[in-house]
Ligand binder design. Structure first.
Ligand code: GLN
Length: 244
């Protein structure tokens, strides 16, 4: 990239409705890890009624079924733009309730099915139990190869077609507590049940997402300069050690 100011645009989708369990911490990490490297961040909050304009990276957090209902209706009106963005290489990160809406549908217990935007080939049905607790996941695309976080969901997510999991659960339930999978990835769309918030304890995943978003924007390979992540990895290791 020439030496003019490097920029990245980040959109936070429906923060007033889907921002449970501190998922806003992921936005703070993405912004800070860019700013610490001198990367200018163009940041927008997208709320109900707003247009979804082009961004390099979109984030959506988790929430209760009621808030998911309101967001699902709104998100559906933007389905084709979101699919166009996905196919153009934009990065998406969805946590829990937001992740569920990336799929084809979320079927709550005793309510109508919520249509998703089908960014990934997956569906979610409400389970009988609530999965709550620490989760450690082994991935095949990150170094270190682990992701850590905290899950709190009753939805059971099943992946289909070319949508692959982020990894396999070493501890915790992940997508459905049955097939050992956690999260999902298709193209640059990532979903996960990991709250925490996720990225403060997983700086390598935060940089992975930032790199993909910059490569989408500048259409060239990007290598981020390293940051001192001593404390972040101490926090990461403290969860991993409980799992093995
Ligand atoms: N309401 C959804 C479920 O319980 C998502 C919850 C969440 O976002 N933590 O599965």
């Amino acid at each position: 990239m020439e030496d003019k100011k490097v920029k990245i645009s980040i959109a936070h989708l429906y923060p007033k409705l889907l921002n449970l369990y501190g998922d806003y911490g992921n936005i703070i990490v993405l912004k800070k890890r860019c700013q610490w490297r001198g990367i200018e961040v163009e940041f927008d909050e997208i709320n109900i009624g707003d247009k979804i304009t082009d961004h390099d990276l979109y984030f959506i957090g988790g929430g209760q079924d009621k808030q998911q209902e309101d967001v699902a209706k709104e998100l559906l009106t933007h389905k084709s733009e979101l699919i166009t963005q996905r196919d153009d290489g934009a990065v998406f990160l969805g946590i829990c309730g937001g992740y569920q809406l990336f799929g084809h549908y979320y079927q709550p217990h005793d309510k109508d099915k919520l249509q998703g935007v089908s960014l990934i080939d997956a569906y979610t049905v409400a389970g009988k139990n609530r999965f709550i607790g620490n989760v450690t996941v082994e991935t095949d695309f990150l170094l270190p190869n682990t992701l850590v976080g905290f899950e709190n969901h009753s939805g059971l997510t099943f992946l289909e077609g070319d949508t692959k999991p982020l990894g396999t659960t070493v501890i915790g339930n992940g997508n459905n507590g049955q097939d050992g999978s956690e999260g999902a990835r298709y193209k640059n769309v990532f979903g996960t049940y990991l709250h925490g918030s996720l990225l403060p304890k997983n700086p390598h995943f935060a940089d992975y997402l930032i790199t993909l978003a910059l490569e989408k924007r500048y259409r060239q390979k990007v290598e981020l300069p390293p940051l001192d992540d001593t404390f972040e990895y101490l926090a990461h290791k403290s969860v991993v050690e409980k799992a093995y």
